[in-house]
Design a protein around this ligand. Structure first.
Ligand SMILES: C[S@@+](CC[C@H](N)C(=O)[O-])C[C@H]1O[C@@H](n2cnc3c(N)ncnc32)[C@H](O)[C@@H]1O
Length: 192
């Protein structure tokens, strides 16, 4: 990753003025466990246009939200302002980012897969902190994007990646979540 990746994502974001509704999976996981995951300090990795970071801010989390794309973050800042929510948006390449250790109560990762980053995300959580992670499964390439296996989870892979955490909820399969349906794996896990 690096300059090419930044350019590619800036072009994608500039061309696509997508939906700013938060992830259904995130909404459901938090709504059904509000008592377990009270507002605190949160990190949204690869925030894109900030839909999930802004949602967390509306639920009283103090949110840092990182993305490589300046174009995406510009829109994210506008949306946050329009919705009256404060989010600390940070432009950085997560491949080289130095995440603060033991700092967050909640880390979220949506529609993004950098296997090398997962150990850093785990370290960034406080003991007892939670992670909500959802991204595409290998089956997705049969019906849409992404197609590159580097960005697709194998069956049970997300579960295996969090074996050292307490997995509180896991699902994989094809889910509509308000759209046409996509193959995804999703997990809620706690750092022990
Ligand atoms: C499919 S979008 C997902 C955005 C957001 N998580 C969501 O679900 O709406 C993937 C995001 O990853 C970002 N990204 C890709 N490579 C990155 C990197 N190396 N460092 C930081 N962000 C990166 C892109 O700019 C893009 O916004």
């Amino acid at each position: 990753m690096g300059a090419n990746d930044r350019k590619r994502w800036n072009e994608k974001h500039a061309a696509n003025h997508g939906d700013d509704a938060p992830s259904k999976f995130l909404e459901e996981v938090l709504a059904s466990r509000a008592w377990l995951i009270p507002p605190g300090r949160a990190l949204d990795v690869a925030t894109g246009k900030g839909r999930n970071a802004i949602y967390l801010a509306s639920k009283k989390f103090r949110v840092d939200a990182v993305d490589i794309s300046a174009a995406a973050l510009q829109e994210a800042r506008k949306t946050a302002l329009a919705k009256g929510q404060a989010v600390n948006f940070i432009e950085a390449d997560l491949e080289h980012a130095d995440l603060p250790r033991g700092s967050y109560d909640l880390v979220i990762n949506f529609n993004f897969l950098d296997r090398g980053l997962i150990a850093h995300m785990k370290k960034a959580l406080k003991p007892g902190g939670h992670i909500v992670f959802e991204t595409y499964l290998i089956d997705q390439r049969e019906i849409g994007h992404p197609k590159n296996p580097a960005y697709l989870l194998g069956h049970n892979e997300l579960l295996d990646l969090f074996r050292d955490f307490r997995v509180l909820y896991y699902r994989e399969g094809k889910f509509a979540d308000g759209g046409d349906g996509a193959y995804k794996a999703g997990l809620l896990a706690q750092k022990t």
